[in-house]
Write a protein that binds this ligand. Structure first.
Ligand SMILES: *Cc1c(COP(=O)(O)O)cnc(C)c1O
Length: 424
């Protein structure tokens, strides 16, 4: 089937009239390689179909929510059954208690759970609980880490005032000295330290936390009576069947969850240890849709698979097959790839590509061959992918490398230059 995008183009034109800039936020494809479609028709298992009917093996997984495959039969059946019985009601259903029990059973540092809709809700509650717990203001955060799109943390400064960003001190991830310096700067006003489970920033190589850094963050919080917060919204249950920092043997006081916890149904969570229970009970936190029962039923079904299946080992094996294959294919073409992050959450960038032009060309060629990759954001594996899907991606990568070599020198990507200027 030949690749076309006429329906997508028509929808984009209509969107321009009634949606600011046609689309906003992280799923806007304005800054992606030229042929990336904006609108999709269908998703099932490992595949995504755009509105023009082009099929892709989707390595973005909805930017994280898809862990067990799109439209998972058991998870969606639990969702639909709950939806028919009562979803958004005047109060929560039994599923809320069951889900809090299941989450605290699964995550070893957690004694209690609160539920909300978005990762940003959970990280914002964590910030408030740390301040309420300590009766102090300053939060220490890693430079460049993403924690959501509220005024206190959104990456672009438009519409944000200095007051929104007050009482924040930054450190460099994995740099113990800079963490200590940030905590010194916070002085007697330290409320909490935020850490991403791994360094999963955009555009740069990913890093696992060093045990020294993770342990020092814990110690500094203990010394100061502050709370340690792990933002597991993106990596939660993708690295471990527990909080991601269980892998380095460090227990946080609070952890924020979202994305994959209901395999795509809208729910997020804040988990905490007993020490922060009273502080959590005494902030005002709510939302019209936070207590909806159907996403909780979906999350319960997802947690059952997390506890009882080999999903984690499967996504790691698929990621390793992709990584090994790409190393082999790129080597054959004499082109280097920087493949960083855990195999199941890979970031893949082309070496010696300062303007991003090679990456954009290569990703665009993959797209045209039915493989949805991302040029500068970490990607995700899901359990519906097969070895055949990975091999399809490797074949597409091989073809795309051939085209890249034949293309000769490329113009810098103007839209990337624009974005870097905007973020500053
Ligand atoms: C996506 C993300 C968030 C925000 O979650 P939303 O559901 O988009 O509000 C926070 N932290 C991390 C690490 C994320 O990846």
């Amino acid at each position: 089937m030949t690749w076309t995008n006429s329906k997508d183009s028509a929808l984009r034109e209509r969107a321009m009239a009634v949606i600011p800039n046609g689309m906003y936020g992280h799923q806007s494809v304005m800054l992606m390689p030229d042929d990336y479609p904006q609108f999709f028709e269908r998703a099932e298992g490992a595949y995504l179909w755009d509105v023009d009917g082009n099929r892709y093996v989707d390595f973005m997984c909805g930017y994280g929510p898809n862990l067990f495959g799109y439209a998972h039969p058991e998870i969606d059946a639990a969702y639909v059954a709950r939806l028919r019985q009562g979803d958004t009601m005047t109060g929560p259903g039994e599923a809320m208690v069951e889900l809090a029990e299941a989450m605290t059973r699964q995550v070893s540092h957690a004694d209690w759970a609160m539920f909300c809709k978005n990762g940003t809700d959970a990280t914002t509650m964590a910030l408030m609980i740390a301040r309420n717990f300590t009766q102090k203001k300053t939060i220490v955060l890693a430079r460049g880490a993403y924690h959501g799109a509220a005024p206190w943390c959104t990456p672009l400064k438009n519409g944000v005032t200095p007051a929104d960003r007050a009482n924040q001190v930054f450190y460099d991830y994995n740099d113990v000295e800079s963490l200590e310096a940030a905590v010194r700067e916070a002085g007697s006003d330290l409320a909490g330290i935020f850490a991403s489970p791994i360094k999963h920033d955009t555009f740069i190589d990913q890093e696992a936390p060093t045990p020294e850094y993770a342990r020092r963050a814990r110690e500094l919080c203990d010394e100061q009576g502050a709370l340690l917060i792990i933002d597991d919204v993106r990596a939660g249950f993708r690295l471990a069947r527990d909080c991601s920092w269980s892998l380095v043997g460090v227990k946080p006081d609070l952890s924020s969850w979202g994305k994959a916890i209901a395999n795509g149904h809208p729910i997020s969570a804040l988990l905490g240890a007993d020490i922060a229970r009273f502080a959590a009970a005494t902030i005002y936190a709510t939302g019209s849709f936070w207590f909806s029962a159907a996403p909780m039923a979906a999350s319960l079904a997802t947690l059952k698979l997390i506890a009882d299946s080999d999903y984690l080992e499967r996504t790691i094996a698929l990621g390793e097959r992709l990584r090994t294959g790409l190393t082999e294919v790129s080597g054959r073409h004499g082109l280097g790839l920087r493949q960083t992050g855990p195999a199941q959450m890979p970031l893949i960038m082309i070496d010696e590509d300062p303007t991003g032009a090679k990456g954009y060309f290569w990703n665009n060629a993959l797209l045209k061959r039915g493989v949805y990759f991302h040029p500068w954001h970490n990607m995700f594996m899901n359990t519906a992918m097969t070895d055949g899907d990975i091999d399809h991606a490797l074949q597409a990568a091989d073809d795309a490398f051939k085209l890249l070599k034949a293309a000769g020198p490329l113009e810098p990507v103007a839209k990337l230059e624009f974005m870097h200027a905007m973020v500053g």
